[in-house]
Design a protein around this ligand. Structure first.
Ligand code: TRP
Length: 328
C-alpha cells in the first residue's frame, strides 16, 4: 500500500529545547514508520521574523538538524531538507500569492496575534503577511496529505486548503490533495518559570545543554506556590514541576501525586529526582549528537541528499503547476 505523505517544518531561530522534543520531535520520529515523511528546516520562514539579524540562521539550521538526527529522525526513511535549497518554494509561493485574497491573510488569527504580541521586531512587512502562503507552498510542493502541527498552526492549514480549492477552481485542474492537520495529543510543557517556554524568557532546557547544568536549571523551577514549609501538604495539580513528571515519568507522577499531597516528598527532593529523570532522557540523545558531530560534514551531506530528493519532486510539481496555469 502506498504511504500517505506528511510534511512538517521548524523555523531555525534558536537551539531546540525540551518543548520541541515532546511537542514535535518524538512524534516526528514515530510517524516515520507509518508515513512517507518530509522534514524541513523552514529558514525562509525564519527570515520573515529575523531579517534584522539573520546572522545565526545558517548555524541554527545545522544545529537543529543535528538534534533531529540525534533524536531519531532517520535520513534513510525521511527526507530531511532545507527550504532555501529548493527554489520552487519561492516560485510556488508567488503563484499562490496571485490567487490569495488579502482578506484571508489579514483575518488570520496567528497574524493578528503576532502583530500585537511581538513588540521587539517590526513584523508589518509584505512577507510576514504572506507567511501562510509560503507554508501552503511548502506542503503542496510535495503534495503532502497530512501535516503534523500544533494547534496554533490550524489556521495556516485551513488557509492551505482554501488555496488548493481556489487554485483548482480557477485553473480547472485537480493536482493537489487538501492537506489535513495531524493533531497529535502532545503535552504542552511550560517553561521553568511557568510562563510560555521560550528562549527569549531564558526558561528552557535545551536538548544540547550540558547534563550537569540541567540539575541547576531544574533547581530554579517554580513549584507549588501554596506550599511554603516542607511539611505543608502540596497541591500537585498546580505545580509546574508535577507537569514535567507527567510528561517525563508518568508512572512516577501517579505515586508522587499522593506523596506530595501528604508532604511525604519535599520540593527539593522532587527536583533532584526530576533532574535525574530528564538527564537520563537527554543522555542518549547527546551521545548520538556527539557521534554525529565527529564528522563535521555529515549534516551537510544529509541536507544535500535531502535536497536532491526534495528537488526532484518539487520540479515535477512546479512543471504541473505551470502547465495548469497555461504558462507552458
Ligand atoms: N509555521 C510552522 C511553525 O512555526 C513552521 C512551518 C513552516 C511548517 N512551513 C511548514 C510547519 C510546513 C508545517 C508545514 O511551527
Amino acid at each position: 500500500m502506498i504511504k500517505q505523505r506528511i510534511l512538517s517544518g521548524m523555523r531555525p531561530t534558536g537551539k531546540l529545547h525540551l518543548g520541541h522534543l515532546v511537542g514535535a520531535l518524538e512524534n516526528w520520529v514515530k510517524l516515520q514508520s507509518e508515513y512517507d515523511c518530509f522534514y524541513m528546516v523552514a529558514d525562509w520562514h525564519a527570515l520573515m521574523s529575523e531579517y534584522e539579524d539573520s546572522s545565526h540562521l545558517a548555524e541554527y539550521s545545522l544545529d537543529n538538524v543535528t538534534d533531529w538526527l540525534a533524536c531519531g529522525i532517520d535520513p534513510e526513511r525521511s527526507v530531511i531538507f532545507r527550504q532555501s535549497d529548493i527554489s520552487q518554494h519561492a516560485e510556488l509561493q508567488l503563484v499562490f500569492s496571485c490567487i490569495t485574497p488579502l482578506g484571508w491573510l489579514e483575518r488570520c488569527p496567528t497574524y493578528k496575534e503576532q502583530l500585537t504580541e511581538i513588540t521587539t521586531r517590526d513584523l508589518t512587512t509584505y512577507a510576514f503577511l504572506g507567511y501562510p502562503v509560503l507554508q501552503a507552498a511548502d506542503i503542496l510542493l510535495y503534495k503532502g496529505n497530512a501535516v503534523p502541527v500544533g494547534e496554533d498552526q490550524l489556521p495556516h492549514l485551513e488557509l492551505a486548503r482554501e488555496i488548493v480549492r481556489r487554485f483548482h477552481h480557477l485553473f480547472k485542474c485537480d493536482i493537489f490533495p487538501e492537506p489535513k492537520a495531524l493533531l497529535t495529543k502532545t503535552p504542552r510543557l511550560l517553561g521553568l518559570d511557568k510562563r510560555k517556554m521560550s528562549k527569549s524568557y531564558g526558561n528552557v532546557i535545551n536538548l544540547s545543554d550540558p547534563i550537569d547544568g540541567v540539575a541547576k536549571k531544574i533547581q530554579t523551577m517554580f513549584t507549588d506556590p501554596k506550599r511554603i514549609k516542607r511539611n505543608d501538604p502540596g497541591h500537585p495539580e498546580e505545580c509546574n514541576l508535577f507537569d514535567y513528571y507527567k510528561v517525563f515519568a508518568p508512572d512516577r507522577a501517579a505515586l508522587l501525586m499522593q506523596e506530595c499531597k501528604v508532604a511525604k516528598q519535599g520540593c527539593v527532593d522532587c527536583k533532584k529526582e526530576l533532574a535525574n529523570i530528564v538527564a537520563e532522557r537527554l543522555k542518549p540523545i547527546q551521545a548520538k549528537r556527539s557521534e554525529i558531530e565527529k564528522d563535521k560534514d555529515y549534516v551537510n551531506k544529509i541536507l544535500k541528499q535531502g535536497a536532491d530528493k526534495a528537488g526532484a519532486i518539487a520540479s515535477q510539481t512546479m512543471a504541473e503547476v505551470k502547465k495548469a496555469i497555461a504558462l507552458i
